[in-house]
Design a protein around this ligand. Structure first.
Ligand code: CAA
Length: 260
């Protein structure tokens, strides 16, 4: 896939999507958000991809937010359309059947923090910095930040970050559960690939079902959520992967999953 502002690469069954506007610290403009939406629509239909990594080009920034130069002259209708465009693109990432890992390699501010939060989980380089600085610009997050941040780090910590606009470093992000792991900058992509590779080695349909249970379940009350889990658990028994996975365990050999 060819894009102006994204680099799309594959390594076996892992896709790597790199946000590529390094001169603007990978700020998200409309054209870029449209490309991101297209890229993830294509990945959703490509079952040879088992897991996706999202990262930013250059050493300094994952994504430093929505493009302030483009936004500065928006009228109300344009601002609303921009917010909906970003929300749609990030929802597509969240709803992608395959897992998505954010490899946060520097600034993840505003829309950048929101992009990372739309991924299934985040690993960060030691130099990563997170924040929702929109109030310093006289606005609030528009790509889901006010909703995903409290779900990830709790209401109190989200409130502090949203109201102060303060940035936090990778250690604090780890402490509050915003990221799963902090690694040296030079090993970030290798670490992300190693985790993605382990995911890719599991039963692909089971991984997709686990993501569906996790994501859909969080929108349901517990009774409905566990009923949904039972349906997904049972549907696993209609797959060849279940037969193979359990036979391999009993025969003390490695499973060869086919995603069927
Ligand atoms: N939009 C547009 N351009 C941006 C940008 C952004 N969000 N962030 C950085 N850039 C540009 C700068 O304008 C600069 O361009 P020039 O070289 O042409 O002047 C270039 O990237 C490098 O940036 P700095 O010179 O500022 O680099 P720095 O190391 O001094 O500072 C920084 C780095 C702290 C990240 C700083 O750039 C910064 O504060 N950026 C803005 C962060 C921000 O407020 N993000 C939230 C945006 S609003 C949003 O995202 C709303 C939403 O939810 C929808």
């Amino acid at each position: 896939m060819d894009f102006q502002h994204l680099i799309y690469e594959t390594a076996g069954s892992i896709a790597i999507v790199t946000i590529n506007r390094p001169k603007a610290l990978n700020a998200l403009n409309r054209a870029l958000l449209l490309e991101l939406d297209q890229a993830f629509a294509a990945i959703a239909d490509n079952r040879s991809i088992a897991a996706v990594i999202v990262t930013g080009a250059g050493e300094k920034s994952f994504v430093a937010g929505a493009d302030i130069a483009e936004m500065s002259a928006f009228d109300l209708a344009e601002a609303r359309a921009f917010s909906r465009l970003g929300q749609r693109a990030f929802q597509r990432i969240e709803e992608l059947p395959q897992p998505v890992i954010a490899a946060v390699n520097g600034f993840a501010l505003g829309g950048g923090c929101e992009l990372a939060m739309a991924c299934d989980f985040r690993i960060a380089s030691v130099n990563a910095r997170f924040g929702q600085p929109e109030v310093t610009l006289g606005v609030i997050p528009g790509f889901g930040g006010t909703q995903r941040l409290p779900r990830l780090v709790g209401q109190g910590m989200a409130a502090q970050l949203l109201y102060t606009g303060d940035m936090i470093g990778s250690d604090e992000a780890l402490r509050i559960g915003l990221v799963n792991k902090v690694v040296p900058a030079e090993s970030l992509i290798e670490e992300a690939k190693a985790i993605a590779g382990r995911i890719a080695g599991r039963g692909p349909l089971a991984v997709i079902a686990a993501k569906a249970a996790l994501r859909e379940g969080s929108n349901l009350d517990l009774n409905r959520a566990i009923a949904y889990e039972a349906e997904l658990f049972a549907s696993g028994f209609a797959t060849a992967d279940q037969k193979e996975g359990m036979a391999a365990f009993l025969q003390k050999r490695k499973a060869e999953f086919k995603g069927e």
